[in-house]
Design a protein around this ligand. Structure first.
Ligand code: PEP
Ligand code: MN
Length: 450
């Protein structure tokens, strides 16, 4: 049954102000790109989005956890399978730690296969002493420090589509083709992680999982027949920022007649584009995917409840994920009133903690970074707020990579300020490296048990 409002269409957002859209220099070229995308296959299917909706519904009702993680922004230069495989390994490791530690299913969602466009607080940035238009992601322009290279080029949207397709194809192969089989749990521990304290702890956990499986086998359970041990679902997500990309990939499901954004399983609305009367909220009100909304420290209870009413009028558990990013110092004060107001509204939501985006700062030498301790402090505050109010801390939303980068400070094998330039590779925000990510998963599992 179609439930979309009669005035809604994939293009109805066009009548409203759309924040954070690139200044495309040529409207005709952009329209031609939209037309081409309209003729291309969907990247994901409505039935998959519904399966994720069901999984998130379990999170909303306190029976599962959400782990959403990946790059701040994907790069057109990372086309090889290796960084994708490494990212997946960390996600599988973190998920094993959380599933085993909390004895709960973990819904795994990557910021992957389409996370290409960035909102920016300022229109310009200084690179090597030169003022340039701020970098808005590879589907918009090149990150080169050159004014001509920063002119938005709609052809890049098409390139983003193809890279998303190729990334998603690889993810499907890895997750369904044996790589994510639970019997491979040891092989996900990577060399530079294995030697760390979190890596060693992971080895022990992998041994325990092995023993638990052997025990089940010995009890007569046919493990080979248990599909859920041999395949996993890793869903894709990105910020649904570029509406000229989302609109042509929005398709009507032949089974239900409902519209789905077929660029990813889940999409979220960023902190900078969540105005109730803005284009993004209009667009996402009409698609039936699970969606998220980022909530920063300025979000008011009335605003949040209005977003819930607008985006989840049918009160479907799993439809809406509220991703709070309040800051380590303020989460304990700012989150409880929002938790109470949403509970009183009776609208079911998943509450996720993004402990990254309100804890960014620049070092004295100007490097954008985050402290592992602040990230953990915000997660602890998020759990404390839920405990105090009696709501379910549904999960975490993180910026991570599978590589041994030095972008965030601290962790058990601490990255020091003077080491930041060793491997600082992100195109936008600093990510936790694989060791820091695994360390974090163990600590979150402890909070779940605590
Ligand atoms: C992001 O997730 O990379 C981002 C820009 O987040 P926010 O909208 O919360 O600032
Ligand atoms: Mn970011």
């Amino acid at each position: 049954m179609a439930v979309t409002e009669p005035t809604w269409s994939p293009a109805s957002w066009r009548a409203l102000p759309a924040g954070q859209q690139p200044a495309w220099p040529d409207a005709a070229a952009l329209a031609a790109v939209r037309e081409r995308l309209r003729g291309m296959p969907p990247l994901v299917f409505a039935g998959e989005a519904r399966k994720l909706l069901h999984g998130l519904g379990e999170v909303a009702e306190g029976r599962a956890l959400l782990l959403q993680a990946g790059d701040c922004v994907e790069s057109f230069r990372e086309v090889s399978p290796i960084p994708i495989r490494e990212k997946l390994k960390v996600l599988l490791q973190m998920s094993a730690v959380l599933t085993f530690g909390a004895s709960l299913p973990v819904v795994k969602v990557g910021r992957v296969a389409g996370q290409f466009a960035k909102p920016r607080s300022a229109d310009t940035e200084i690179v090597d002493g030169v003022e340039l238009p701020s970098f808005r992601g590879h589907t918009v322009h090149s990150d080169e420090a050159d004014a001509a290279a920063r002119v938005p080029d709609p052809e890049r949207i098409v390139q983003g589509y193809y890279q998303a397709a190729s990334t998603l194809n690889l993810l499907r192969a890895y997750t369904k083709g044996g790589f994510a089989d639970i019997t491979q749990v040891h092989t996900w521990n990577k060399e530079f992680v294995a030697s760390s304290s979190a890596g060693q702890r992971y080895e022990q956990l992998a041994d325990e999982i092995g023993r638990a499986l052997a025990f089940m086998q010995a009890c007569g359970i046919d493990l080979a027949a248990e599909r859920s041990l041999h395949e996993v679902d890793v869903w894709t997500s990105h910020e649904g920022l570029l509406l000229d990309y989302e609109e042509p990939l929005t398709r009507k499901d032949s089974l239900t007649g409902d519209w789905y954004a077929c660029s990813a399983h889940m999409l979220w609305i960023g902190e900078r584009t969540r105005e109730l009367d803005g284009a993004h909220v209009e667009f996402f009100s009409g698609v039936h995917n699970p969606i998220g909304v980022k909530l920063g420290p300025a979000a008011t209870a009335d605003e949040v409840v209005a977003l819930c009413e607008r985006l989840n009028p049918r009160r479907l558990p799993g439809r809406l994920t509220l991703i709070a990013r309040m800051g380590a110092d303020r989460v304990r004060e700012l989150l409880p009133p929002l938790l109470r107001a949403v509970r009183e509204s009776g609208i079911p939501v998943v509450w996720a903690c993004d402990p990254m985006h309100a804890n960014v700062f620049r070092t004295a030498s100007g490097v954008k970074t985050r402290r592992f301790d602040d990230v953990m402090r915000e997660i602890e505050g998020f759990f404390a707020a839920h405990r105090a109010v009696g709501t379910w801390p549904g999960g975490v939303h993180l910026e991570i990579t599978g590589e041994d980068v030095t972008e965030c400070l601290g962790g058990a094998e601490a990255v020091l300020e003077e080491q930041l330039d060793h491997r600082y590779e992100t195109l936008c925000d600093p990510r936790l490296n694989a060791r820091q990510s695994l360390d974090l998963a163990f600590r979150v599992a402890e909070l779940m048990r605590g």
